[in-house]
Design a protein around this ligand. Structure first.
Ligand code: 6PG
Length: 237
């Protein structure tokens, strides 16, 4: 649970294509800004299917890939290279097609099991204070990453940075997730929400219900890019 207020900036797009195009623009700009300022860009990837088209477009942008560092917001406890792993989708859609140094793509070792993988990834993250950009999705029940209703979300900064998730309602049941506070340690957080299936979760979120997505509370607030199908609007922003 979290008692830190969340600042949400909603942007509604008439189509998923328009949402994805703007997401690529925002990610490219965030990367350029970080590289100009600090010589590196640290980005956390969202899982699920919504980001796929964004990742495919990112494979075509012009940027200094040697400065990119890629992390995962969550991972499913499946064998390495399993097609249902979040990392598999990102690799297939984007990361295999660009020259980000292999050592700068930090996979969650979810094949070790949720508890050991969470411990190992938390150790890896100790070397980084703040992400530059965190990308997140929204589940139909309001979950984000692998933070599910009725489970621990890790909103307390004194708690673990990475959580072992058991009995997840979205298969597979065993997962690893960055905690809400660790996902919030970011200069920018952007949610990608598309499709009518997310309408109920969006309605609850905008009504102020305590869904897991609300536990993401970076200082700068969050951007939520939603298409009109998910927002239940006719595309007017
Ligand atoms: C996962 C994701 C999860 C996802 C949402 C939305 O492992 O599935 O981390 O949080 O982002 O469930 O999924 P879709 O984009 O497929 O709707």
């Amino acid at each position: 649970m979290t008692d830190t207020p969340q600042t949400c900036r909603w942007q509604v797009y008439a189509t998923a294509d328009a949402l994805q195009a703007d997401a690529v623009r925002i990610i490219s700009a965030a990367a350029q800004s970080a590289i100009n300022a600090r010589g590196e860009f640290h980005m956390v990837l969202a899982g699920g299917s919504t980001p796929r088209a964004v990742y495919e477009s990112l494979a075509t942008i012009r940027t200094d890939w040697s400065a990119w560092h890629i992390y995962f917001g969550d991972e499913r406890c499946l064998p390495p290279n399993h097609t249902e792993r979040n990392s598999s989708m990102a690799l297939q859609a984007w990361l295999r097609h660009v020259n980000i140094p292999h050592m700068q793509i930090y996979m969650i070792p979810a094949e070790l099991g949720a508890v050991r993988a969470a411990q190992e990834y938390a150790r890896l993250l100790q070397g980084l204070d703040s992400f530059d950009l965190v990308l997140l999705g929204l589940g139909e029940d309001g979950h984000t990453a692998s933070l599910f209703p009725g489970q621990q979300w890790g909103a307390d900064p004194g708690g673990p940075a990475v959580l072992a998730v058991h009995d997840a309602p979205k298969p597979p049941p065993e997962r690893v997730s960055l905690s809400a506070w660790r996902l919030s340690r970011a200069r920018q957080v952007m949610f990608l929400v598309a499709g009518a299936g997310k309408r109920d979760a969006v309605r609850k979120w905008r009504a102020g219900d305590t869904i897991p997505a609300r536990a993401i509370t970076p200082e700068a607030g969050v951007e939520v890019l939603a298409d009109s199908a998910a927002a239940g609007e006719n595309g007017e922003s």
